[in-house]
Design a protein around this ligand. Structure first.
Ligand SMILES: Nc1ncnc2c1ncn2[C@@H]1O[C@H](COP(=O)(O)OP(=O)(O)OP(=O)(O)O)[C@@H](O)[C@H]1O
Length: 333
């Protein structure tokens, strides 16, 4: 799937818009997990809400389109988007989804509601049969369909919600911090489940949003890094972890991958300062007030996109370094 140029600003009472997402474009390939990381408040969940077709009412989506499985979705007017695209084209697994199950309904009743939401005439037996098959295929105990949510552990509830929200085989699953409220073993089980769903082609691609870079580096094929509403770098997981280009990514890796045992003992550089108020983002590059490589131009002009759509960083300093390296290479020749 391809996402082009999403720009989404919250309208606030004070009048100044919160520029939560600006000009974000990316591609997710078939069978791929694309991770999105960034500090709190950098626009990850807002971006997720736009492409999962579930934005807040006070979000003004100024531009954006998504091309998924041959269907072009104009993201700017969510009301015009056909209802049955939710769950069939794209599904959202939100933070704390396990708490979204109706406590007074058995899992089987919830399953019937979800399937009938799209195919109203489906007999209950058929809907439950479909879910049971899916549970079996993904290695979950089939008997949970007869349980009430409170009879299941938090981890199991989260896995059950994941299976239910993908019963209609959406092309894209957007998982927004799905493991944040889980213990480590439940986190692992959920990740195994997601991988299995990709292998079995229940879903074709995943966008996985998290703060947890160490966890993501074991799951994602590629990673996009957001800062202050913008996508500042994207690349394969290997490239982002081992050869980060953008100064923000370099700081983020330094600050978070100290959990990696092989990096313990090395000097870890934290990120100084705080992300900007998105009502009044800095001019030029939004990271410049915190960047140790900031140059005069960074304070004035938006940074260039250096690289290709699948591997780029938006940064004046990266551009200057690359130009210097290619000039040197030419001299040597
Ligand atoms: N409903 C809303 N109305 C106004 N502003 C909002 C709303 N929701 C989020 N924001 C603002 O939009 C910006 C982006 O927030 P968002 O929740 O998308 O970031 P995030 O990266 O997902 O953060 P976190 O990791 O903490 O969930 C922030 O400045 C936030 O305060």
């Amino acid at each position: 799937m391809i996402v082009n140029n999403v720009q989404a600003h919250y309208i606030t009472g004070s009048g100044a818009a919160v520029r939560a997402v600006d000009h974000v474009s990316l591609t997710v390939n078939e069978g791929e997990v694309l991770g999105i990381v960034g500090e709190s408040g950098c626009g990850k969940s807002t971006f997720a809400s736009v492409i999962s077709l579930t934005p807040d009412r006070n979000l003004n989506i100024k531009s954006g389109e998504m091309i998924i499985d041959g269907t072009t979705v104009n993201l700017t007017d969510p009301k015009k988007i056909p209802k049955d695209w939710h769950g069939k084209l794209v599904a959202l697994l939100p933070q704390r989804a396990m708490n979204s199950l109706n406590p007074t309904a058995r899992i089987r009743d919830i399953i019937v509601d979800v399937v009938r939401g799209h195919y109203p005439d489906t007999p209950a037996k058929e809907a439950i049969g479909l879910a049971q098959e899916r549970f079996e295929m993904l290695g979950l105990p089939v008997r949970v369909v007869n349980s009430y949510p409170h009879q299941l552990s938090g981890g199991m509830r989260q896995r059950v919600v994941t299976v239910i929200s993908t019963l209609l085989n959406p092309k894209l699953l957007i998982a927004d911090e799905p493991t944040s409220a889980l213990d480590v073993s439940s986190q692992r089980q959920l990740i195994t489940l997601l991988n299995r769903m990709l292998e079995q082609q229940v879903i074709r691609q995943i966008i996985y949003i998290t703060h947890d870079l160490p966890m993501l580096s074991n799951l994602a094929h590629r990673i996009g890094v957001m800062y202050a509403g913008e996508l500042v770098e994207i690349g394969t997981t290997e490239e982002i972890v081992n050869k980060p280009q953008h100064p923000y990514t370099q700081s983020l890796i330094g600050a978070t991958l100290d959990l990696d045992p092989s990096l313990r003992g090395q000097r870890i550089e934290g990120i100084t300062g705080a992300p900007p108020d998105l009502r009044y983002p800095p001019s030029g590059c939004r990271f410049h007030p915190r960047c140790k490589h900031a140059m005069d131009i960074c304070t004035r002009e938006e940074p260039p996109v250096v690289g290709e759509p699948e591997r780029f960083a938006t940064c004046w300093w990266v551009q200057e370094k690359q130009e210097a390296a290619s000039a040197l290479a030419q001299e040597v020749r």
